[in-house]
Design a protein around this ligand. Structure first.
Ligand code: MF3
Ligand code: CO
Length: 247
């Protein structure tokens, strides 16, 4: 299902998305050597509730936490646990919130302490690939325009784009149609229109793009053990134009 939002729906998404952005800023501040994944989950839960929102992920298909914490070779959907960050790690955090029935969803990857130039380049290229995708968004653009732009930046930097997990429409549900792949051919696919909102969320691996699902049924790692970065924003096409809600 695709939900077409009016001003009221977008206003609620804006409130949810602001809470998400605030959580991400707090998690960036808190992410340092010695801090555990469950510490970060607790910070997120507190801020989301202070903002009169509820977490999108908790209970989603039985997901057991408020946020996803995905260190190093974990691509997405890492469940917060007792793991404590150490110098040289990277950490992807993914946060979703609901305000009066409307969702916001975003992710960031942080470097913890000192990381190599190549790791810094991976994180930058992933963020830049998301930005390149966002620049394609407008009424009349096609889904393939986004994927092609994301892929060009990520692969141009020498990295690979995850295929099995993709971006999505968002609104009254966290995951709505259409799917937004991080690869594709410009000019192909469905046309975007006013009233739609989407999440663009490239997952970029330093090595091969293939993934491996761990035995907990959630944690997705790179198949080759290489590092992976993840950035995501919620983007709306309103009557006033294109709005990145989770910045
Ligand atoms: N935020 C993820 C996404 O962007 C979804 C995580 S759902 C969870 O699609 F339940 F696994 F946390
Ligand atoms: Co998402």
């Amino acid at each position: 299902m695709i939900t077409i939002k009016d001003d009221d729906g977008f206003a609620k998404m804006r409130t949810a998305s602001r809470a998400v952005a605030e959580v991400l800023a707090a998690l960036q501040e808190a992410s340092a050597p010695g801090v555990s994944m469950t510490d970060l989950d607790g910070i997120a839960a507190r801020i989301i509730r202070e903002r009169d929102c509820t977490p999108s992920f908790l209970g989603y298909h039985g997901y057991p936490a408020t946020i996803c914490t995905s260190p190093n070779d974990v691509i997405v959907h890492g469940i917060p646990d007792g793991y404590r960050l150490k110098d040289g790690d990277i950490l992807s955090v993914d946060v979703g919130a609901i305000y009066e029935g409307y969702h916001g969803d975003a992710a960031r990857t942080f470097a913890i302490g000192d990381v190599s130039d190549e790791v810094t380049k991976l994180i930058r290229a992933t963020e830049e690939s998301m930005q390149a995708g966002i620049e394609q968004v407008r009424a009349g653009a096609r889904i393939g325009d986004i994927g092609a732009a994301v892929q060009q930046v990520a692969e141009g930097a020498g990295f690979s784009v995850v295929r099995e997990y993709v971006g999505h429409g968002i609104g009254e549900q966290m995951h709505e149609e259409p799917q937004i792949p991080n690869y594709g051919v410009s000019g192909k696919g469905m046309k975007l229109k006013e009233g739609m909102a989407i999440c663009i969320e490239p997952m970029v691996n330093m090595g091969d793009w293939r993934t491996k699902l761990q035995d907990d049924g959630w944690t997705v790692t790179t198949a080759d053990g290489s590092l992976s970065a993840h950035f995501e924003n919620t983007i709306a096409i309103t009557a006033d134009g294109v709005e990145v809600m989770t910045d």
